[in-house]
Write a protein that binds this ligand. Sequence first.
Ligand SMILES: [Ca+2]
Ligand SMILES: [Ca+2]
Length: 460
Amino acid sequence: MAGLMVAIESKVTYRHAMLRERRCHGRARWIGVVAVLSGCGLGSPNLIFSADVCGLVHADASTDVHVDAGLDVPQDVPLDIPVDVPLDMPRDVPVDVPVDVPADVPVDVPVDVPVDVPVDVPADVPVDVPVDIPVDVPVDVPVDVPVDVPVDTGPTCPQGQTLCGATCVNRMTDVNHCGRCSTPCAFQSAVAGCVSGLCVVASCSAGTGNCDGLAANGCETDVSASNTNCGACGVACLNDRFCSEGACRPVGDCREIHRRRPTLPTGIYSVDLDGPGPGVASDVRCDMITDGGGWTLVFDSDSNPNFDQLDVGWSRIDVAAGLIARGVASETLIAHRNALFVPIAGVSIARFAIPMAWRTSSPFSLQNQDDTVTVYLDGRSTPESHRLRYGNRYFGSYCFADWDTRSPFGRFCLEGTNAPFYATFANSVVEYCAGSLEAWYGVGDPSRCGASRHFTISVR
Ligand SMILES: [Ca+2]
Ligand SMILES: [Ca+2]
């Protein structure tokens, strides 16, 4: 065993010695081989591995290396050295470099370029070309051909007529073949006609008119309700008349006039107070301005400078019958007015819902009535609640005074407000038009009712 280890060690030493030797003694080693072979005994190969022999070689390696190197070196050296070096190095280097670089470059470039270019170019070109060509050609050709052909070849129709289908017609006047075969005339709300081969409006349906002169839209106007073409084209309804059932007629009250023509001023207007009833139109006084406008006057103290009775009624009984009794009007407006019927400054204007009792009686013919009303003073949008006091009974000097049983007197006032105070219509004392915060006689003569200061009630 020890001999084997020496042999292995010797063999390793051989290799190192051979490396040195091979570099500088290529030719001399053959000389050494001959010398060793002759010294060790060539006829016994075992001697090459004996400790003695190889130990001798080892000890003289610097001089005897040439002996074994010629035999062992050419087999072991070239196998180990060149195998490790070239295998590892060339594999790592070329693998990484070419894979990453070419992979990114060629992928992005070809994708973007070809997508945009081919889409836009072919889309526009082929679309326009085929659409125009087939549409124009077939439409004109078949329409003109069949119409003209039977005209020239129909020998059976009298002069001036044309064969349309199996019938000879005059295309100048035939409403079903006007101008050309199978071209009927038809218009909205109209009876159509054919004149000189053209469709015309022959007549309009009831309640309609061809007021714009255009046949294409037929009889476009409702002449039963048009204020500019009432009953016929060009007939206008003005002022307080409005088109109804083809005629210019009055409406029921000032409120309706104001609603239809808000720009009309305060003044006298004609109204049909009983609506569908038999009554004819009558003139009424309209306030078109105060607190929204549209007020119809129903009571005016100036109609009598000095009432002296228990049953003072509405000065306009027809208005009360038409608007209050029928429930057409729902609101009332109380105001002192001057000679022009303009509300007098310094006295509030009161608006509230018409009390139910007024539908059957005037407020002056009742005895002692107290109604709490929701009142809008001077056109304000916020209402107040106050006691409305009216009747022909006696009372103290003020609106807040209790009714009593003394001789008839009469008052109309709105307690707690400066709304009109109208008094003494139930006895011989001349009437006063004061304010509800004052005594009924106000400041004396200036508070008396008269042409320039009168108590009024209007409704709408
Ligand atoms: Ca028309
Ligand atoms: Ca009186």
